[in-house]
Design a protein around this ligand. Structure first.
Ligand SMILES: *Cc1c(COP(=O)(O)O)cnc(C)c1O
Length: 422
C-alpha cells in the first residue's frame, strides 16, 4: 500500500498559510535516498550522481542534493545558471544538452562544466562557437536498434534523436584526443523509468565492453562512464521498488568482470538520475471542490494538468490517497479531473477510491520528478506553490504561487495590459 509522507493534520495546518493546490516535498526522504545512492556506489572511487535538474528545478532541493554530495545535470542555459547560483561549480555540473545553441556552449565553457556532446557534428560546431576545447569532455552514445533487458523492458534507441553511432563515437574520441582533450567519457540513456534492478548493470556491461573495444581500436582509455537516468520508481501500488544497493552491486560485478581485467580499473562511474532521486518524495495536494454525476462520476479538484501533466500527456498512473481516509474502503469509481478545457485533464480515470466529500484533500503521489517542472500556463492557469516538509516536521514555502503579474510580465510596457499590471 502506498502511504503519503504527510498527514491530513499537517496539511490542515499548512493550508491555513498556503492555499491548495501545491506540491510538497519530503526533505528526509530525499536525503536518505541520496545517501543510499552514494552508499550503493561507494565501491567506485570517482562515483558521482549528477541530479537531472529538469526533474525538479527548485534551488532549495538542488542545495539539499548538493549537501548530500550530488552534482547536477543541466540541459539548458537557465539550468546552468541555476546550478551556478546554487554553488555548483565546474566538475559538479554535467551539461547533457542536445540541439545546443552556440551561446549555450559558450556559457558552459565560461563555467568550465563537463560538456556532453550529443552529436558528431557538434565537435566542429563547438570549436566554431567556443574557439577551443576543454580538458575534459563526454560523448553521448546511441547503439541504435531496440534495447531489451532480461525482463523484457525495452525501448527504441534506433528511433531516438539522441547520441552518436558507434562508428561516429570512435571517430569523435580520436578527433577530441588530437584536439587536446585529456579526459574523455561516454554517456548513454537508453530506457526511461525502468522498474527493475537489471537496467543499470546491463547498460554498464554494454558500455564497459565498448570501452574495451575503444581502447583496442584507438588506444584511448576513457576516464568515466555516465549511466545517465532511467532508473524508475513504482508509480503503481503493485510494483516493487528498485533496490539501489542491488543495482550498485550489479554495476560493480560488470566492472570487475569487464573493465578490471582489461586494465581499465580506474574508470569513474557517473549517474544522472532524476526520477529516482526525487520522484517518490513529492506529492501534489489538492482539494475536492466539485462532484458531478452524468454518465460517469466525476470529482473536480482545484489542481489541473498545469500542476502535473504526466497523466494528461502520457496517460501515466499516479496513485491517489484521500487524506484522512487512508483505511476507508474504496467503494466508489471516479474520474478525478482538473479544470482545463481539455478532456485529457484527468488525474485518474475509473479509479476506485473511498467516498469523497467536498473539502477533502487528495494527495497525488510521486510528483517529485517531472511534475511541477513540466507545467505550463495553458488556459491562463497560474503555476502553484512548492512547499518543503523539513526533517524536523516543520514546513517552508520554497516557491510562491504565480500571480497575474508574473503571467503578464512579458507584455509589460507594451501598452496593452498595463492597467492589469498596476
Ligand atoms: C531526463 C534526463 C535524465 C533523467 O532522467 P530520469 O528518467 O529522471 O532518471 C538524465 N539525463 C538526461 C540527459 C536526461 O535528459
Amino acid at each position: 500500500m502506498k502511504k503519503p509522507f504527510v498527514t491530513k493534520e499537517k496539511i490542515q495546518e499548512i493550508v491555513k498559510e498556503i492555499p491548495t493546490p501545491f506540491n510538497i516535498y519530503d526533505e528526509k526522504g530525499i536525503r536518505e535516498n541520496a545517501r543510499a545512492v552514494n552508499e550503493a556506489f561507494s565501491w567506485n572511487k570517482g562515483f558521482k550522481e549528477y541530479f537531472a535538474v529538469k526533474a525538479l528545478p527548485n534551488p532549495f532541493i538542488l542545495k539539499i542534493l548538493g549537501e548530500e554530495g550530488c552534482g547536477l545535470d543541466c540541459a539548458s542555459q537557465v539550468e546552468l545558471a541555476l546550478a551556478d547560483a546554487c554553488g555548483f561549480k565546474k566538475d559538479d555540473i554535467m551539461f547533457s544538452s542536445n540541439d545546443t545553441p552556440a551561446e549555450e556552449f559558450r556559457y558552459a565553457d565560461e563555467l568550465g562544466v563537463i560538456v556532453n556532446l550529443d552529436d558528431f557534428t557538434h565537435i566542429d560546431f563547438y570549436e566554431k562557437s567556443v574557439g577551443h576545447f576543454p580538458k575534459k569532455m563526454c560523448c553521448r552514445y546511441n547503439p541504435g536498434g531496440t534495447y531489451e533487458i532480461s525482463n523484457g523492458i525495452m525501448d527504441n534507441p534506433g528511433d531516438s534523436k539522441y547520441g552518436m553511432t558507434k562508428d561516429q563515437i570512435m571517430e569523435a574520441y580520436k578527433i577530441l584526443r588530437d584536439k587536446g582533450v585529456e579526459e574523455l567519457g561516454i554517456h548513454a540513456f537508453l530506457v526511461s523509468n525502468t522498474v527493475t534492478n537489471d537496467y543499470y548493470p546491463a547498460l554498464a556491461k554494454d558500455l564497459f565492453e565498448l570501452l574495451v573495444e575503444i581502447k583496442e581500436k584507438t588506444g584511448i582509455a576513457l576516464s568515466f562512464v555516465n549511466l545517465s537516468g532511467g532508473v524508475g520508481i513504482p508509480y503503481k501500488p503493485d510494483q516493487t521498488a528498485n533496490d539501489i544497493a542491488v543495482i550498485g552491486q550489479g554495476v560493480r560485478k560488470a566492472y570487475e568482470e569487464v573493465l578490471v581485467p582489461a586494465g581499465l580499473g580506474e574508470v569513474a562511474i557517473f549517474t544522472e538520475m532524476g526520477r529516482f532521486m526525487t520522484g517518490p518524495y513529492g506529492g501534489l495536494v489538492t482539494e475536492a471542490i466539485h462532484e458531478k454525476h452524468i454518465y460517469k462520476e466525476y470529482i473536480g479538484v482545484d489542481a489541473c494538468a498545469v500542476d502535473l501533466m504526466r497523466p494528461a500527456v502520457y496517460g501515466s498512473y499516479h496513485h491517489i490517497t484521500v487524506l484522512g481516509k487512508e483505511n476507508a474502503p474504496a467503494t466508489e469509481t471516479y474520474d478525478v479531473t482538473g479544470s482545463l478545457c481539455e478532456n485529457c485533464d484527468k488525474f485518474a480515470i475509473d479509479r476506485q477510491l473511498p467516498k469523497i466529500e467536498m473539502g477533502d484533500y487528495l494527495f497525488i503521489h510521486d510528483t517529485g520528478a517531472h511534475g511541477y517542472s513540466m507545467g505550463y500556463n495553458y488556459n491562463g492557469k497560474l503555476k502553484s506553490a512548492e512547499v518543503l516538509l523539513k526533517e524536523d516536521g516543520s514546513y517552508k514555502l520554497i516557491r510562491k504561487p504565480e500571480t497575474i503579474q508574473n503571467y503578464l510580465a512579458t507584455f509589460e510596457g507594451m501598452g496593452i495590459v498595463d492597467d492589469l499590471l498596476k
